[in-house]
Design a protein around this ligand. Structure first.
Ligand code: FAD
Ligand code: DLZ
Ligand code: SF4
Length: 524
């Protein structure tokens, strides 16, 4: 044990803080620092994460530890299977204090409220000084977002996004005006997929010895978790993540914008960047990616609508949901403004449904631990919204199944964006849609057992009657919403017989749903 005058600073690095420029390491001397990395049961099991998500995080952590050691840092790495592993971050930090007798702990705030609560107890629990540093990998700090939000009755991403454009200078001309004259080119980013639309495949990375060891561990210890491991190919190092980013900028960004909302059966990635897992882990810097995108536009290599769309997702939506999360935790977890109570159907775990759109999205989720945004929003999310699925069950599902899922980004997207459980604080209207939308934006309906053009009765697309069932159920709340309230004149014009047929069809469908057996999302 070091003498107090030679005692090092202990720097715990969490599994989604895998960057050498993390605030707790910046400016630190290597010979005065012990980095602590911990694989712990609590994190691996508080929900039963998709197997690929656990492999991704442990493999990326182990590679990062090796990279740090190679660069001359002292890394104390605790494996899940180490004898006496305490099972949680606080217990492991306590054990590390016994091993290293540090003079101080420097830790970057956690991404998730649950973990941050535990970290905030450290100053009282431990005898040494504890410094909790802001996570400055975001453009907007939590305090800055709070300040921006406090004077506003309603929060809208679009206005926040413009502030972030001004703050970063991205896509602004010399007079500070938006490049091309508009802030947002979303209206150009809704092209339906044309027949035969095919995107270049993203690079997949063959597991090396380190990753294979983790795969074996996960098969052995988490064999009953959801998901397949056969296709694991996520980047687990910074070099691999950069290669994945290079491929996106070389091959897919051009069509990213136009086909951002398109869905094609069996084409799981389309023109999406597939970079969220690397960004959320810390392997890629989102601002650097935005600068690269802006450069691609300036060099004439990518159109403005694609580049603006990509930048908006990162400095707009990603930053906005993070600020929103910290503004509304912990009550966001319990929000249920539409009083949705139905159990999540079993097919969300098995993929066994005749609804071709949902079956394909669940299959991609199982095989890749990924589904792209419009699948998460307008197929899976839309279904949960209009079928009235209990937000807690939907939240658990999304947190379990996606390799990029951390509560700070998952929860606002699920509770607020798709389920309207926050009563419209995040989004100006619920994203409810009938089968028409899915038919327009995908090739799903042509091969489906249901008929999208049939509105009610046997064989009718369930989204059609569920849509009206939802709208009618929530008329009191939604009729005054200027973005969707007008839809009620269509409903009223329909007449009683058609309305009754919608109700009957929707209720027959809902009553036939098999609820998920317990044990998929949480143990016990
Ligand atoms: P692209 O389509 O290439 O987009 C580029 C980047 O923009 C993404 O990598 C991501 O970092 C960011 N981004 C895009 N949309 C959002 C958004 N709505 N919120 C935050 N960041 C965004 N994203 C997560 O990272 N983790 C989640 O747990 C998550 N859960 C979601 C749940 C629902 C219900 C919905 C509707 C969206 C969710 N998203 C989540 C956002 C988005 O679907 C994913 O970021 C995206 O599909 C990741 O794939 P990609 O990297 O190819 O994204
Ligand atoms: C998601 C996850 C998992 C499965 N396991 C670990 C782990 O064992 N050790 C670790 O440091 N991080 C893990 N993570 C990511 C953490 O949950 C993530 O860092 C926190 O949620 C951030 O608040
Ligand atoms: Fe989905 Fe309905 Fe189309 Fe079938 S017909 S794929 S259920 S939208």
């Amino acid at each position: 044990m070091p003498e107090p005058q030679n005692a090092p600073v202990l720097v715990p690095i969490l599994g989604d803080q895998l960057t050498r420029t993390i605030a707790s390491l910046r400016g630190r001397a290597k010979d005065d620092t012990v980095i602590l990395m911990m694989e712990v049961w609590d994190e691996a099991t508080y929900v039963k994460h998709h197997k690929q998500k656990i492999v991704l995080i442990f493999a990326a952590m182990r590679h990062f530890a090796a990279e740090l050691r190679e660069a001359g840092w002292t890394v104390d790495y605790v494996k899940l299977t180490d004898e006496n592993n305490a099972g949680d971050f606080t217990g492991e930090v306590a054990r590390a204090i016994e091993r290293h007798n540090p003079r101080a702990i420097h830790v970057v705030e956690a991404g998730e409220w649950r973990v941050q609560q535990a970290i905030e107890e450290w100053p009282d629990k431990f005898a040494c000084e504890v410094e909790i540093l802001p996570d400055d990998r975001f453009v907007c700090s939590i305090a800055e977002f709070r300040e921006w939000a406090q004077d506003r009755d309603t929060l809208r991403m679009e206005f926040f996004y413009r502030e972030m454009r001004r703050k970063t200078g991205l896509l602004l001309d010399d007079d500070g005006k938006p490049e091309g004259g508009e802030w947002n080119y979303d209206s150009e980013n809704r092209k339906p997929p044309k027949e035969g639309l095919e995107a270049p495949p993203r690079p997949l990375f063959e597991p090396d010895d380190i990753t294979r060891e983790v795969i074996d561990l996960v098969e052995e210890r988490f064999g009953d978790h959801f998901g397949s491991l056969e296709t694991f190919g996520w980047p687990v190092t910074r070099d691999q993540a950069e290669e994945a980013a290079d491929a996106f900028f070389a091959e897919r960004i051009e069509c990213f914008g136009p086909y951002q909302d398109a869905m094609v059966h069996g084409q799981d990635d389309l023109f999406h960047s597939m970079l969220s897992t690397s960004i959320n882990l810390g392997l890629l810097d989102p601002l650097e990616l935005c600068r690269r995108a802006a450069q691609a536009y300036e060099d004439g290599k990518a159109p403005l609508n694609s580049v603006e769309g990509f930048i908006r997702q990162l400095i707009g939506w990603r930053e906005y949901v993070r600020g929103f999360y910290w503004l509304h935790m912990p009550h966001l977890q319990r929000a249920n403004a539409l009083n949705a109570q139905r159990a999540l159907p079993e097919f969300f775990w098995t993929g066994e449904t005749d609804m071709r759109c949902l079956a394909d999205c669940v299959r991609s989720t199982r095989d890749n631990a990924h589904a792209h945004h419009i699948q998460r929003l307008m197929v899976l999310g839309n279904f949960c919204l209009i079928a009235g699925i209990d937000p807690r069950e939907v939240q658990d599902w999304y947190l379990v199944v996606y390799a990029d899922a951390y509560e700070w980004v998952e929860l606002p997207n699920v509770a607020a964006m798709i389920l309207y459980a926050d009563d419209g604080k995040l989004a100006s209207k619920p994203y409810a849609a009938s089968g028409n939308y899915i038919n327009k934006m995908s090739d799903y309906c042509s091969g489906c057992a249901y008929s999208v053009s049939k509105k009610t009765g046997e064989g009718a697309c369930p989204f059609n009657s569920l849509y009206w069932h939802f709208m009618d159920r929530h008329r009191d709340k939604l009729e005054s919403n200027h973005r969707i309230g007008r839809i009620y004149s269509n409903w009223d014009r329909m007449g009683e017989d058609k309305q009754a047929a919608h109700h009957e069809t929707a209720e027959a469908f809902l009553n036939g749903l098999e609820p998920a057996a317990g044990g998929w999302a949480r143990s016990g």
